[in-house]
Design a protein around this ligand. Structure first.
Ligand code: UDP
Length: 501
Protein backbone atom coordinates (compact mmCIF):
# COMPACT_ATOMS: atom_id res chain seq x y z
CA UNK A 1 0.00 0.00 0.00
CA UNK A 2 1.17 3.56 -0.63
CA UNK A 3 0.81 6.44 1.85
CA UNK A 4 -2.79 7.03 0.81
CA UNK A 5 -3.77 3.40 1.25
CA UNK A 6 -4.08 2.62 -2.46
CA UNK A 7 -2.65 -0.81 -3.08
CA UNK A 8 0.17 -1.68 -5.51
CA UNK A 9 -0.27 0.49 -8.57
CA UNK A 10 -1.61 -1.26 -11.60
CA UNK A 11 -1.13 0.41 -14.95
CA UNK A 12 -4.39 -0.94 -16.29
CA UNK A 13 -7.05 1.25 -17.83
CA UNK A 14 -10.66 0.04 -17.70
CA UNK A 15 -14.04 1.11 -19.05
CA UNK A 16 -17.18 0.15 -17.11
CA UNK A 17 -20.59 -0.04 -18.81
CA UNK A 18 -23.67 -0.34 -16.58
CA UNK A 19 -27.37 -1.13 -17.03
CA UNK A 20 -29.93 1.58 -16.43
CA UNK A 21 -31.24 0.78 -12.97
CA UNK A 22 -29.65 1.59 -9.61
CA UNK A 23 -29.71 -2.02 -8.41
CA UNK A 24 -27.34 -2.78 -11.33
CA UNK A 25 -25.24 0.38 -11.72
CA UNK A 26 -24.62 0.98 -7.99
CA UNK A 27 -22.98 -2.41 -7.36
CA UNK A 28 -21.06 -2.02 -10.64
CA UNK A 29 -19.80 1.34 -9.40
CA UNK A 30 -18.71 -0.42 -6.21
CA UNK A 31 -16.71 -2.87 -8.35
CA UNK A 32 -15.25 0.11 -10.21
CA UNK A 33 -14.08 1.57 -6.89
CA UNK A 34 -12.61 -1.77 -5.83
CA UNK A 35 -10.55 -1.89 -9.02
CA UNK A 36 -9.55 1.77 -8.58
CA UNK A 37 -8.46 1.01 -5.01
CA UNK A 38 -5.90 -1.39 -6.54
CA UNK A 39 -4.59 1.32 -8.84
CA UNK A 40 -6.63 0.64 -12.00
CA UNK A 41 -7.61 3.79 -13.91
CA UNK A 42 -11.38 3.49 -14.24
CA UNK A 43 -13.84 5.32 -16.49
CA UNK A 44 -17.50 4.68 -15.71
CA UNK A 45 -19.91 5.38 -18.55
CA UNK A 46 -23.38 6.62 -17.65
CA UNK A 47 -26.12 9.12 -18.51
CA UNK A 48 -26.36 12.53 -16.78
CA UNK A 49 -29.29 11.95 -14.47
CA UNK A 50 -28.14 8.50 -13.39
CA UNK A 51 -24.72 9.88 -12.56
CA UNK A 52 -25.91 12.55 -10.10
CA UNK A 53 -25.66 10.49 -6.90
CA UNK A 54 -22.33 8.97 -7.98
CA UNK A 55 -20.72 12.31 -8.80
CA UNK A 56 -21.04 13.48 -5.18
CA UNK A 57 -18.32 11.11 -4.10
CA UNK A 58 -15.93 11.57 -7.03
CA UNK A 59 -13.94 14.46 -5.63
CA UNK A 60 -13.20 12.70 -2.35
CA UNK A 61 -12.40 9.45 -4.16
CA UNK A 62 -9.95 11.29 -6.43
CA UNK A 63 -8.43 13.15 -3.47
CA UNK A 64 -7.89 9.81 -1.76
CA UNK A 65 -5.89 8.74 -4.81
CA UNK A 66 -8.44 6.64 -6.70
CA UNK A 67 -8.26 7.28 -10.42
CA UNK A 68 -11.93 7.09 -11.24
CA UNK A 69 -14.03 9.26 -13.50
CA UNK A 70 -17.53 9.29 -14.93
CA UNK A 71 -18.12 10.01 -18.61
CA UNK A 72 -21.67 10.78 -19.62
CA UNK A 73 -23.56 10.25 -22.83
CA UNK A 74 -26.82 12.15 -23.34
CA UNK A 75 -29.92 10.08 -22.65
CA UNK A 76 -32.11 10.11 -25.80
CA UNK A 77 -35.23 11.34 -23.96
CA UNK A 78 -36.79 13.10 -26.97
CA UNK A 79 -36.06 10.27 -29.39
CA UNK A 80 -37.92 7.71 -27.24
CA UNK A 81 -40.60 10.11 -25.98
CA UNK A 82 -39.72 10.23 -22.29
CA UNK A 83 -39.79 13.37 -20.14
CA UNK A 84 -36.37 14.83 -19.26
CA UNK A 85 -34.90 13.16 -16.18
CA UNK A 86 -36.52 9.71 -16.57
CA UNK A 87 -33.41 7.70 -17.33
CA UNK A 88 -33.83 4.38 -15.58
CA UNK A 89 -36.21 1.50 -14.86
CA UNK A 90 -36.48 2.43 -11.20
CA UNK A 91 -38.45 5.57 -12.05
CA UNK A 92 -40.40 4.02 -14.93
CA UNK A 93 -43.66 3.24 -13.20
CA UNK A 94 -45.48 1.45 -16.02
CA UNK A 95 -44.77 -0.91 -18.87
CA UNK A 96 -44.90 1.78 -21.53
CA UNK A 97 -42.27 3.92 -19.80
CA UNK A 98 -40.10 0.86 -19.13
CA UNK A 99 -40.28 -0.03 -22.85
CA UNK A 100 -39.02 3.45 -23.70
CA UNK A 101 -36.14 3.20 -21.22
CA UNK A 102 -35.27 -0.14 -22.82
CA UNK A 103 -35.23 1.44 -26.30
CA UNK A 104 -33.06 4.26 -25.03
CA UNK A 105 -30.69 1.71 -23.50
CA UNK A 106 -30.20 0.16 -26.97
CA UNK A 107 -29.62 3.59 -28.48
CA UNK A 108 -26.80 4.23 -26.01
CA UNK A 109 -24.78 1.35 -27.44
CA UNK A 110 -23.33 3.40 -30.35
CA UNK A 111 -22.12 6.40 -28.29
CA UNK A 112 -20.80 4.11 -25.52
CA UNK A 113 -18.95 2.02 -28.12
CA UNK A 114 -17.48 5.13 -29.74
CA UNK A 115 -16.06 6.32 -26.42
CA UNK A 116 -14.48 2.93 -25.71
CA UNK A 117 -12.98 2.64 -29.20
CA UNK A 118 -11.43 6.07 -28.88
CA UNK A 119 -10.03 5.45 -25.39
CA UNK A 120 -8.56 1.99 -26.16
CA UNK A 121 -8.75 0.63 -22.59
CA UNK A 122 -7.04 -2.57 -21.44
CA UNK A 123 -10.34 -4.23 -20.54
CA UNK A 124 -14.10 -3.65 -20.32
CA UNK A 125 -16.40 -4.54 -17.43
CA UNK A 126 -19.99 -4.49 -18.66
CA UNK A 127 -23.35 -5.41 -17.22
CA UNK A 128 -24.83 -8.65 -18.59
CA UNK A 129 -27.41 -6.68 -20.62
CA UNK A 130 -24.64 -5.05 -22.71
CA UNK A 131 -24.19 -8.13 -24.92
CA UNK A 132 -22.39 -6.05 -27.57
CA UNK A 133 -19.44 -5.48 -25.20
CA UNK A 134 -18.10 -9.02 -25.84
CA UNK A 135 -17.83 -8.43 -29.61
CA UNK A 136 -16.39 -4.97 -29.10
CA UNK A 137 -13.73 -6.33 -26.73
CA UNK A 138 -12.87 -9.09 -29.24
CA UNK A 139 -12.41 -6.49 -31.98
CA UNK A 140 -10.14 -4.45 -29.72
CA UNK A 141 -8.26 -7.56 -28.59
CA UNK A 142 -9.02 -6.95 -24.91
CA UNK A 143 -10.92 -8.92 -22.24
CA UNK A 144 -14.58 -8.24 -21.50
CA UNK A 145 -15.69 -9.09 -17.98
CA UNK A 146 -19.39 -9.55 -17.34
CA UNK A 147 -21.30 -8.51 -14.25
CA UNK A 148 -24.56 -10.29 -13.39
CA UNK A 149 -26.63 -9.34 -10.36
CA UNK A 150 -27.18 -12.94 -9.29
CA UNK A 151 -25.76 -15.88 -7.37
CA UNK A 152 -23.50 -18.62 -8.81
CA UNK A 153 -26.40 -20.92 -8.05
CA UNK A 154 -28.62 -18.92 -10.45
CA UNK A 155 -25.85 -18.72 -13.07
CA UNK A 156 -25.40 -22.50 -12.86
CA UNK A 157 -29.13 -23.31 -12.94
CA UNK A 158 -29.71 -21.04 -15.95
CA UNK A 159 -26.81 -22.65 -17.80
CA UNK A 160 -28.00 -26.20 -16.97
CA UNK A 161 -31.55 -25.36 -18.14
CA UNK A 162 -30.18 -23.75 -21.32
CA UNK A 163 -28.01 -26.80 -22.07
CA UNK A 164 -30.44 -29.60 -21.20
CA UNK A 165 -33.91 -28.02 -21.62
CA UNK A 166 -35.58 -30.12 -18.85
CA UNK A 167 -38.58 -27.77 -18.86
CA UNK A 168 -39.47 -28.98 -22.36
CA UNK A 169 -40.12 -32.53 -21.11
CA UNK A 170 -42.88 -31.76 -18.60
CA UNK A 171 -46.57 -31.93 -19.47
CA UNK A 172 -47.72 -28.81 -17.65
CA UNK A 173 -46.40 -25.53 -16.31
CA UNK A 174 -46.71 -26.69 -12.72
CA UNK A 175 -45.18 -30.19 -13.06
CA UNK A 176 -41.78 -30.15 -11.30
CA UNK A 177 -38.64 -31.04 -13.27
CA UNK A 178 -35.18 -31.80 -11.98
CA UNK A 179 -32.45 -29.38 -13.11
CA UNK A 180 -29.87 -31.86 -14.43
CA UNK A 181 -26.26 -31.90 -13.37
CA UNK A 182 -26.32 -29.52 -10.40
CA UNK A 183 -24.53 -30.40 -7.13
CA UNK A 184 -27.94 -30.67 -5.36
CA UNK A 185 -31.30 -32.16 -6.39
CA UNK A 186 -33.16 -29.01 -7.38
CA UNK A 187 -36.70 -29.15 -8.74
CA UNK A 188 -38.45 -26.24 -10.39
CA UNK A 189 -41.57 -25.75 -12.49
CA UNK A 190 -41.84 -24.14 -15.91
CA UNK A 191 -44.04 -21.38 -14.47
CA UNK A 192 -41.14 -20.30 -12.23
CA UNK A 193 -38.87 -19.68 -15.23
CA UNK A 194 -38.65 -16.29 -16.95
CA UNK A 195 -41.26 -15.73 -19.66
CA UNK A 196 -38.64 -15.72 -22.43
CA UNK A 197 -37.61 -19.29 -21.53
CA UNK A 198 -41.20 -20.53 -21.18
CA UNK A 199 -42.12 -19.41 -24.71
CA UNK A 200 -40.50 -17.63 -27.66
CA UNK A 201 -40.86 -13.85 -27.60
CA UNK A 202 -38.82 -10.91 -28.90
CA UNK A 203 -37.10 -10.96 -25.53
CA UNK A 204 -35.93 -14.55 -26.21
CA UNK A 205 -33.70 -13.22 -29.01
CA UNK A 206 -32.25 -10.61 -26.66
CA UNK A 207 -31.75 -13.20 -23.92
CA UNK A 208 -29.95 -15.52 -26.38
CA UNK A 209 -27.58 -12.72 -27.36
CA UNK A 210 -26.88 -12.03 -23.68
CA UNK A 211 -26.17 -15.73 -23.04
CA UNK A 212 -23.88 -16.01 -26.06
CA UNK A 213 -21.97 -12.89 -25.04
CA UNK A 214 -21.68 -14.32 -21.53
CA UNK A 215 -20.28 -17.65 -22.80
CA UNK A 216 -17.77 -15.93 -25.09
CA UNK A 217 -16.52 -13.28 -22.71
CA UNK A 218 -13.31 -13.43 -20.67
CA UNK A 219 -14.98 -14.12 -17.33
CA UNK A 220 -17.56 -13.06 -14.78
CA UNK A 221 -17.38 -10.92 -11.66
CA UNK A 222 -19.84 -12.27 -9.12
CA UNK A 223 -21.23 -10.74 -5.94
CA UNK A 224 -20.77 -13.86 -3.85
CA UNK A 225 -18.07 -15.48 -1.69
CA UNK A 226 -16.50 -18.91 -1.48
CA UNK A 227 -17.85 -19.99 1.93
CA UNK A 228 -21.39 -19.18 0.80
CA UNK A 229 -21.49 -20.96 -2.56
CA UNK A 230 -18.54 -23.32 -2.48
CA UNK A 231 -20.32 -26.13 -4.39
CA UNK A 232 -21.61 -23.81 -7.10
CA UNK A 233 -18.37 -21.85 -7.46
CA UNK A 234 -16.50 -25.15 -7.98
CA UNK A 235 -19.24 -26.36 -10.34
CA UNK A 236 -19.11 -23.13 -12.33
CA UNK A 237 -15.33 -23.34 -12.70
CA UNK A 238 -14.77 -27.06 -13.02
CA UNK A 239 -17.90 -28.54 -14.57
CA UNK A 240 -19.05 -25.63 -16.69
CA UNK A 241 -15.47 -24.58 -17.39
CA UNK A 242 -16.19 -20.91 -16.84
CA UNK A 243 -13.86 -18.23 -15.51
CA UNK A 244 -15.21 -16.17 -12.64
CA UNK A 245 -14.04 -14.19 -9.63
CA UNK A 246 -16.07 -13.71 -6.45
CA UNK A 247 -15.80 -10.22 -4.97
CA UNK A 248 -18.69 -10.26 -2.52
CA UNK A 249 -20.44 -9.25 -0.47
CA UNK A 250 -19.74 -6.30 -2.75
CA UNK A 251 -21.26 -3.57 -0.61
CA UNK A 252 -19.29 -4.81 2.40
CA UNK A 253 -16.03 -5.27 0.45
CA UNK A 254 -16.44 -1.76 -0.90
CA UNK A 255 -17.21 -0.29 2.55
CA UNK A 256 -14.15 -2.00 4.05
CA UNK A 257 -11.90 -0.63 1.30
CA UNK A 258 -13.29 2.90 1.61
CA UNK A 259 -12.86 2.82 5.38
CA UNK A 260 -9.22 1.89 4.87
CA UNK A 261 -8.68 5.07 2.87
CA UNK A 262 -10.72 7.10 5.37
CA UNK A 263 -13.78 7.60 3.18
CA UNK A 264 -17.42 6.91 3.92
CA UNK A 265 -19.57 5.00 1.48
CA UNK A 266 -21.64 8.13 1.05
CA UNK A 267 -23.05 7.44 -2.38
CA UNK A 268 -24.97 4.28 -1.67
CA UNK A 269 -28.71 4.37 -2.17
CA UNK A 270 -28.90 2.41 1.05
CA UNK A 271 -27.35 5.10 3.15
CA UNK A 272 -29.12 8.14 1.76
CA UNK A 273 -31.44 8.53 4.72
CA UNK A 274 -29.09 8.36 7.65
CA UNK A 275 -31.50 9.36 10.43
CA UNK A 276 -34.60 7.66 9.17
CA UNK A 277 -37.25 7.51 11.94
CA UNK A 278 -37.57 3.75 11.50
CA UNK A 279 -34.02 3.36 12.88
CA UNK A 280 -35.00 5.28 16.01
CA UNK A 281 -38.07 3.05 16.34
CA UNK A 282 -35.83 -0.02 15.95
CA UNK A 283 -33.59 1.22 18.78
CA UNK A 284 -36.54 0.79 21.14
CA UNK A 285 -37.38 -2.74 20.04
CA UNK A 286 -36.07 -5.96 21.63
CA UNK A 287 -33.15 -7.75 20.01
CA UNK A 288 -33.90 -10.06 17.07
CA UNK A 289 -37.68 -9.66 17.24
CA UNK A 290 -38.57 -7.38 14.31
CA UNK A 291 -39.41 -8.65 10.81
CA UNK A 292 -38.39 -6.50 7.83
CA UNK A 293 -40.50 -6.82 4.68
CA UNK A 294 -39.43 -5.35 1.37
CA UNK A 295 -39.59 -6.36 -2.28
CA UNK A 296 -36.75 -4.30 -3.74
CA UNK A 297 -36.67 -1.16 -5.79
CA UNK A 298 -38.78 -2.23 -8.79
CA UNK A 299 -41.57 -4.60 -7.75
CA UNK A 300 -45.00 -3.20 -6.98
CA UNK A 301 -48.12 -4.96 -5.66
CA UNK A 302 -51.79 -4.39 -6.37
CA UNK A 303 -54.17 -3.35 -3.56
CA UNK A 304 -55.51 -6.88 -3.02
CA UNK A 305 -52.03 -8.30 -2.37
CA UNK A 306 -51.06 -5.41 -0.10
CA UNK A 307 -54.25 -6.04 1.90
CA UNK A 308 -53.28 -9.70 2.38
CA UNK A 309 -49.77 -8.76 3.51
CA UNK A 310 -51.09 -6.17 5.98
CA UNK A 311 -53.61 -8.63 7.45
CA UNK A 312 -50.96 -11.34 7.79
CA UNK A 313 -48.47 -9.01 9.48
CA UNK A 314 -51.03 -7.77 11.96
CA UNK A 315 -52.13 -11.25 12.97
CA UNK A 316 -48.60 -12.72 13.01
CA UNK A 317 -47.96 -10.88 16.25
CA UNK A 318 -44.39 -9.93 15.39
CA UNK A 319 -43.30 -6.29 15.20
CA UNK A 320 -42.41 -5.28 11.66
CA UNK A 321 -41.07 -2.69 9.23
CA UNK A 322 -42.86 -2.95 5.90
CA UNK A 323 -41.73 -1.09 2.78
CA UNK A 324 -44.78 -0.60 0.58
CA UNK A 325 -44.69 -0.07 -3.16
CA UNK A 326 -48.10 0.23 -4.76
CA UNK A 327 -48.74 -0.60 -8.38
CA UNK A 328 -49.18 2.42 -10.64
CA UNK A 329 -52.71 2.97 -11.97
CA UNK A 330 -54.43 1.27 -9.01
CA UNK A 331 -57.78 2.78 -8.09
CA UNK A 332 -56.94 5.28 -5.33
CA UNK A 333 -60.24 4.49 -3.61
CA UNK A 334 -59.52 0.79 -3.48
CA UNK A 335 -58.80 -0.41 0.02
CA UNK A 336 -55.26 -1.73 0.43
CA UNK A 337 -55.10 -1.66 4.24
CA UNK A 338 -57.60 -3.04 6.77
CA UNK A 339 -59.63 -0.29 8.51
CA UNK A 340 -57.64 1.47 11.23
CA UNK A 341 -54.45 -0.53 10.41
CA UNK A 342 -52.01 2.38 10.56
CA UNK A 343 -53.50 3.85 13.77
CA UNK A 344 -53.46 0.43 15.49
CA UNK A 345 -49.89 -0.47 14.61
CA UNK A 346 -48.58 2.95 15.55
CA UNK A 347 -50.54 3.10 18.84
CA UNK A 348 -49.33 -0.33 19.93
CA UNK A 349 -45.87 0.36 18.48
CA UNK A 350 -46.33 -2.80 16.49
CA UNK A 351 -44.98 -1.75 13.19
CA UNK A 352 -43.71 0.90 10.80
CA UNK A 353 -44.86 1.44 7.23
CA UNK A 354 -42.39 3.03 4.83
CA UNK A 355 -44.04 4.34 1.69
CA UNK A 356 -40.82 5.66 0.13
CA UNK A 357 -37.19 4.65 0.11
CA UNK A 358 -36.01 2.65 3.12
CA UNK A 359 -32.42 2.65 4.42
CA UNK A 360 -32.39 -1.11 3.89
CA UNK A 361 -28.78 -2.04 4.58
CA UNK A 362 -28.88 -0.10 7.87
CA UNK A 363 -32.20 -1.67 8.85
CA UNK A 364 -30.93 -5.18 8.16
CA UNK A 365 -27.81 -4.76 10.25
CA UNK A 366 -29.78 -3.38 13.23
CA UNK A 367 -29.71 -5.84 16.16
CA UNK A 368 -33.51 -5.66 16.58
CA UNK A 369 -34.11 -7.22 13.17
CA UNK A 370 -34.66 -10.97 13.44
CA UNK A 371 -35.78 -11.91 9.92
CA UNK A 372 -36.39 -10.59 6.41
CA UNK A 373 -39.28 -11.23 4.02
CA UNK A 374 -37.57 -10.65 0.68
CA UNK A 375 -38.28 -10.91 -3.05
CA UNK A 376 -34.79 -12.48 -3.35
CA UNK A 377 -33.27 -9.78 -5.58
CA UNK A 378 -29.57 -10.53 -5.34
CA UNK A 379 -28.56 -7.23 -3.71
CA UNK A 380 -31.18 -7.68 -0.99
CA UNK A 381 -30.20 -11.33 -0.64
CA UNK A 382 -26.53 -10.47 -0.10
CA UNK A 383 -27.51 -7.79 2.42
CA UNK A 384 -29.56 -10.41 4.33
CA UNK A 385 -26.72 -12.93 4.18
CA UNK A 386 -24.18 -10.37 5.38
CA UNK A 387 -26.45 -9.38 8.25
CA UNK A 388 -26.67 -13.07 9.22
CA UNK A 389 -30.45 -13.18 8.81
CA UNK A 390 -32.73 -16.04 7.87
CA UNK A 391 -35.42 -15.10 5.35
CA UNK A 392 -38.86 -15.73 3.99
CA UNK A 393 -38.10 -16.14 0.30
CA UNK A 394 -40.94 -14.75 -1.84
CA UNK A 395 -39.77 -14.26 -5.44
CA UNK A 396 -41.62 -12.39 -8.16
CA UNK A 397 -39.43 -11.91 -11.21
CA UNK A 398 -35.96 -11.86 -12.83
CA UNK A 399 -33.65 -14.51 -11.30
CA UNK A 400 -35.45 -14.41 -7.95
CA UNK A 401 -37.07 -17.87 -8.23
CA UNK A 402 -33.60 -19.45 -8.41
CA UNK A 403 -32.59 -17.55 -5.31
CA UNK A 404 -35.61 -18.92 -3.40
CA UNK A 405 -34.23 -22.40 -4.17
CA UNK A 406 -30.81 -21.30 -3.00
CA UNK A 407 -32.13 -20.04 0.35
CA UNK A 408 -34.49 -22.95 0.99
CA UNK A 409 -32.76 -26.01 -0.51
CA UNK A 410 -29.05 -25.18 -0.53
CA UNK A 411 -28.21 -22.68 2.20
CA UNK A 412 -31.15 -23.86 4.32
CA UNK A 413 -31.63 -20.41 5.79
CA UNK A 414 -34.97 -19.68 4.15
CA UNK A 415 -38.67 -20.45 4.34
CA UNK A 416 -40.25 -20.50 0.89
CA UNK A 417 -43.58 -18.81 0.25
CA UNK A 418 -45.43 -16.75 -2.31
CA UNK A 419 -45.70 -16.75 -6.03
CA UNK A 420 -45.31 -19.84 -8.18
CA UNK A 421 -45.52 -17.91 -11.47
CA UNK A 422 -42.74 -15.72 -12.81
CA UNK A 423 -43.96 -12.22 -13.74
CA UNK A 424 -42.45 -9.13 -15.28
CA UNK A 425 -41.24 -6.61 -12.68
CA UNK A 426 -43.00 -3.64 -14.17
CA UNK A 427 -46.20 -5.43 -15.19
CA UNK A 428 -46.56 -7.14 -11.83
CA UNK A 429 -48.34 -10.37 -11.06
CA UNK A 430 -51.96 -11.49 -11.13
CA UNK A 431 -51.31 -14.21 -8.53
CA UNK A 432 -52.63 -13.58 -5.06
CA UNK A 433 -50.80 -15.06 -2.07
CA UNK A 434 -53.29 -15.28 0.75
CA UNK A 435 -52.79 -14.01 4.27
CA UNK A 436 -52.81 -17.47 5.89
CA UNK A 437 -49.72 -18.57 3.93
CA UNK A 438 -47.92 -15.29 4.60
CA UNK A 439 -48.69 -15.37 8.32
CA UNK A 440 -47.50 -19.00 8.56
CA UNK A 441 -44.24 -18.15 6.78
CA UNK A 442 -43.58 -15.21 9.12
CA UNK A 443 -44.35 -17.35 12.19
CA UNK A 444 -42.06 -20.12 10.86
CA UNK A 445 -39.28 -17.60 10.26
CA UNK A 446 -39.50 -15.94 13.66
CA UNK A 447 -40.47 -19.06 15.63
CA UNK A 448 -38.53 -20.87 18.34
CA UNK A 449 -38.81 -24.44 17.11
CA UNK A 450 -35.73 -26.46 16.21
CA UNK A 451 -35.91 -25.73 12.48
CA UNK A 452 -36.17 -21.97 12.96
CA UNK A 453 -33.28 -21.99 15.42
CA UNK A 454 -31.16 -24.06 13.02
CA UNK A 455 -31.95 -21.68 10.12
CA UNK A 456 -30.88 -18.74 12.25
CA UNK A 457 -27.71 -20.54 13.36
CA UNK A 458 -26.73 -21.24 9.76
CA UNK A 459 -27.55 -17.68 8.67
CA UNK A 460 -25.35 -16.27 11.45
CA UNK A 461 -22.44 -18.45 10.31
CA UNK A 462 -22.79 -17.19 6.74
CA UNK A 463 -22.85 -13.62 8.10
CA UNK A 464 -19.55 -14.19 9.92
CA UNK A 465 -18.04 -15.82 6.81
CA UNK A 466 -19.19 -12.84 4.69
CA UNK A 467 -17.16 -10.46 6.84
CA UNK A 468 -14.09 -12.72 6.73
CA UNK A 469 -14.28 -12.99 2.93
CA UNK A 470 -13.62 -9.29 2.37
CA UNK A 471 -10.92 -8.74 4.97
CA UNK A 472 -7.26 -8.75 3.86
CA UNK A 473 -6.44 -12.35 2.89
CA UNK A 474 -10.12 -13.36 2.70
CA UNK A 475 -11.42 -15.20 -0.37
CA UNK A 476 -13.01 -12.15 -2.05
CA UNK A 477 -10.02 -9.95 -1.26
CA UNK A 478 -7.73 -12.55 -2.86
CA UNK A 479 -10.01 -12.95 -5.89
CA UNK A 480 -9.79 -9.20 -6.53
CA UNK A 481 -5.98 -9.50 -6.46
CA UNK A 482 -6.18 -12.51 -8.79
CA UNK A 483 -8.42 -10.96 -11.42
CA UNK A 484 -6.27 -7.83 -11.63
CA UNK A 485 -3.12 -9.95 -11.84
CA UNK A 486 -4.63 -11.98 -14.67
CA UNK A 487 -5.65 -8.85 -16.56
CA UNK A 488 -2.11 -7.51 -16.17
CA UNK A 489 -0.71 -10.78 -17.56
CA UNK A 490 -3.14 -10.51 -20.48
CA UNK A 491 -1.93 -6.98 -21.22
CA UNK A 492 1.70 -7.99 -20.92
CA UNK A 493 1.21 -10.99 -23.24
CA UNK A 494 -0.59 -8.79 -25.76
CA UNK A 495 2.28 -6.32 -25.68
CA UNK A 496 4.72 -9.16 -26.31
CA UNK A 497 2.40 -10.59 -28.94
CA UNK A 498 1.95 -13.85 -27.02
CA UNK A 499 -1.37 -15.63 -27.54
CA UNK A 500 -3.30 -15.93 -24.27
CA UNK A 501 -6.92 -16.99 -23.95
N1 UDP B 1 -33.28 -0.71 -1.51
C1 UDP B 1 -33.23 0.20 -0.48
N2 UDP B 1 -34.40 0.76 -0.06
C2 UDP B 1 -35.61 0.43 -0.59
C3 UDP B 1 -35.64 -0.55 -1.63
C4 UDP B 1 -34.46 -1.10 -2.06
O1 UDP B 1 -32.16 0.53 0.05
O2 UDP B 1 -36.63 0.98 -0.15
C5 UDP B 1 -32.00 -1.27 -2.00
C6 UDP B 1 -31.69 -2.62 -1.41
O3 UDP B 1 -30.98 -2.47 -0.19
C7 UDP B 1 -30.87 -3.26 -2.52
C8 UDP B 1 -31.43 -2.65 -3.79
O4 UDP B 1 -32.09 -1.46 -3.40
O5 UDP B 1 -29.51 -2.86 -2.39
C9 UDP B 1 -32.43 -3.56 -4.47
O6 UDP B 1 -31.75 -4.49 -5.24
P1 UDP B 1 -32.25 -5.97 -5.42
O7 UDP B 1 -31.25 -6.65 -6.31
O8 UDP B 1 -32.48 -6.62 -4.14
O9 UDP B 1 -33.66 -5.86 -6.09
P2 UDP B 1 -34.28 -5.05 -7.35
O10 UDP B 1 -34.55 -3.69 -6.85
O11 UDP B 1 -33.27 -5.09 -8.46
O12 UDP B 1 -35.52 -5.82 -7.65
Amino acid sequence: MDSKGIEAKSKLKAYFVPYLTPSHYLPLFQIAKLFASRGVHVTFLLTPNNSVSLRDSLESLNKAGLQIEIECVDFPSKEVGLPEGIENFNVATNLEMAGKVFRAFFMLQAPFEAKIREAKPDFIVADMHCFWATDLAAQLGIPRLIYHVRAYFALSAVEAIDRHGPHKDVKSDDEPFLIPDLPHLIYMTRSELPQWIQSESPYTTFHNKVSEADRNCYGALVDSFYALEKDYIDYYHNTLGRRAWSLGPLFLHHNVVLRKINLNSNNQINEETKKHPCLEWLDKMPEGKVVYISFGSLSRFNSAQLFEIASALESSDHPFIWVVRKKDGEDEQEKWLPDGFEERISKKSKGVLIKGWAPQAKILEHPSIGGFVTHCGWNSSMEAITAGLSVVAWPLSAEQFYHRKLFVDVLKTGVGVGNMKWSSMIDGTDELVDRVKIEKAVRDLMGDDEEAIERRRRAKEFGIAAHKAVEEGGSSYVDLTNVIHQLECFKEAKKNDTVIS
